[in-house]
Each structure stands twice: as structure tokens, then as C-alpha cells.
Design a binder for this molecule. Sequence first.
Ligand code: GLY
Ligand code: MN
Length: 396
Amino acid sequence: MSQPVIARAEFAARRERVLRALARDGNAIGLVIAGDADPSLSYAWRPNAHFEYLTGITDEAGAIVLFDPAHPISARRVQLFLRPLNPELERWDGFRSEVSADLKSRYGIATIMRTTGFARSLLESVKRAKRMACLHPLAAHTALISPDLAIFRESAARIPGASISDLTQTLPAHRAVKSSTEIACLQRAADITALGFAAALNAAKPGKSEFEVQEAVEHAYKSGGATQTAYRTIAGTGFNATVLHYHANAKPIQAGELLVLDSGASFAGYAADVTRTFAVSGKFTARQKLVYDTVLKAQSAAIRACRPGAKMSAVDAAARKVITAAGFADHFIHGIGHHLGLEVHDADPGTALQPGMIVTIEPGIYIPGESLGVRIEDDILVTRGAPKVLTAAIPK
Ligand code: GLY
Ligand code: MN
């Protein structure tokens, strides 16, 4: 089967769009920062998602893209800085490429330098532009200052007249509307996830454990072409089905329980995010059926509301109305869903839905006192016509 691949030209077009946004903001300088590698062996490192979206590079911790839309040399309007080679470190972590014509062609970026030259290049750009625009999300006062703002503040302290502006909504707006290749990647992630849920059905039986369900779903992802899960699988039965982000997945499955399985495969960095609720003995009780049918009805109403021009708050209200009418208002304790893409909870543009946006729709009812939890989640592509359910192959 041919694999969807994001072409170099698409990454270049994404960077050009950022340059145009910065040009409109008085030719401001922008930075997108990959972030430091996690020294732990436990998790695979991923760069900041803005960085991955703009470069496709996933193995260069410490890398920085500098955007300078009015640079007099057009090839320097986008500059990529990579950490210097370190052969001793690379014996541990893997060898990296020299800066060469080959590397520039592989990344489709004409100007690649080492991070040792970054301060000088930034100084030169800011002295001329006198303006810097934040592209990374702003941080709460309890968190570290966002990485581009931290650098810009130091620059502004040294360069008279240099100002800092807020373009933090630019990349969420760009990332939220998916290209046809991105949609193909998300559809592939959804299709692989369907293989996992089919495998999980066999494991979701009394006498097995939550972990066996997790193992079955994730094994099928990997043999189906995913390199990783998009997030930590949630396989909760009985009371655990009422815990929204239950991760222990350690309990034996008991007859009569419901299983909430919230899981997704990742394909080419793009996430699927799906939840199904199963009756592990094969049949719902009357009470379980009432709750399940209410959630399903709420989900259908919300999916129908995923039309261009609708705000997510209106989509949420469509589901909440159904759940409230059934008397379960206090048991739907989270929002209706989120954007989906390179991140499971993808950058939120904060705008109304548009064709090409992909969101999850995931109402739930959780009644801890009855050890009863139901959530149903699908991944929805907003189109000019009816919403398209990318995860429709997974039975409900
Ligand atoms: N799949 C977990 C969540 O959306 O929060
Ligand atoms: Mn979700």
C-alpha cells in the first residue's frame, strides 16, 4: 500500500505562509524552537509540534528556525540552526549529518547553520527589523516563559526600539486546516486504529485483564503500520471506566462490567483518538443501555453540528442538551472534544470550524457511585457538506 508522505514543497509552503504573516506584522522576526531532548530512555523524543509542522525534522533536539521576512538575501529569510556535531555524544545517541548541499536538499532549506552562530544572526536580524513576533503559545505565570519570548526579551533589553508582538494564533490557525496529505495521514492513523479495536474485542472478556486489552490494541497498531501509539492507552473497566485518564490498566475484567477503551495509533506523526465502550459480557444491562444510548445520541447530535461556521461551544451544546434532557447533566464533566493532528490535543485556533479541520467528538457520562462510565469518541473531518467520520469503520 502506498504511504501518504508530506512533500518537501508542502513544508516550504508552510514556512512561506509564516513569512507572509510576519511580513504583515511589520516584517517581524519569528523563531520556532524544537526544544531540548529528554535525557530519559523511557519515552521517544518529539520536537515542538510547530517545529515539526514547519520542517518535518524529528531528530534534531535543540534546533531553531529563524524567520526574517525582509532579509536582503532571500535565501536567508528562513534560517535553520542545528546543534554542532558531537561525535562522542553521537556514539550514544546516533550519528548526525554534516551541513552539506545534500542536507539542505533533504530538508529543502537553503540556509542551515550551527546553533553556535545563532546569537550573531539573531542580533543582525533584530537590529535591522526592530520587531519580533511570538509564534509559540504564551505560558501561564506558573510555567517557564515561552521559549521565543524568553529570547526576544533578552534581545529587546539590548536593542533600543525593538518591540515584541503577539502572533501566537498564526500557527494554530494554519495547523488547524489540514491539507489533503495530512488528511490522508490522519485517515491512515484512523484505519490502523480500527485494526487495533477489532483485536481488542477478543481480549475484552471476563477472565482477561485491562492490560491484555491494551496489549492487543497496541500490538495490532504496530503490526498494522504504526510506529507508535498517539497517546497512552486508557483501558478501564467497572469503576475505572469513570476515571477520565485512567492509565494503570491493571485490573482483571469482571463479568457484567463496561470497558472504556480510549486509544489511537500514530501515523507519520499524526494521531487518531478513539473511544469505544464495550459490555464485556456481550450484553448491556438496562441501565448501561440507557446511559450508552444517551451518549450515542449526544454524539450523533454533536457530529451533525460539525459544520463550517459552527463554534466548538455550539457543538458542545448540541451534545449537552441531549445528556441534560436524559437527566445526566452532572455526569458529563468534560468538553465535547478538541482539534486533532500532530498533537492529540492539537493547537486550537479558537475560531469557528472550517472545511479541512479535524476534531474529536467525545461525549461521556460517568457515574462513579454505580461504577458506570461510557464515552464514545470519533474523529471528524469538517467539509463543505456533511461531516466525514474518519473512524466510522470502528463499530459502535
Ligand atoms: N484521548 C484522551 C483525551 O482526549 O483526553
Ligand atoms: Mn480525545
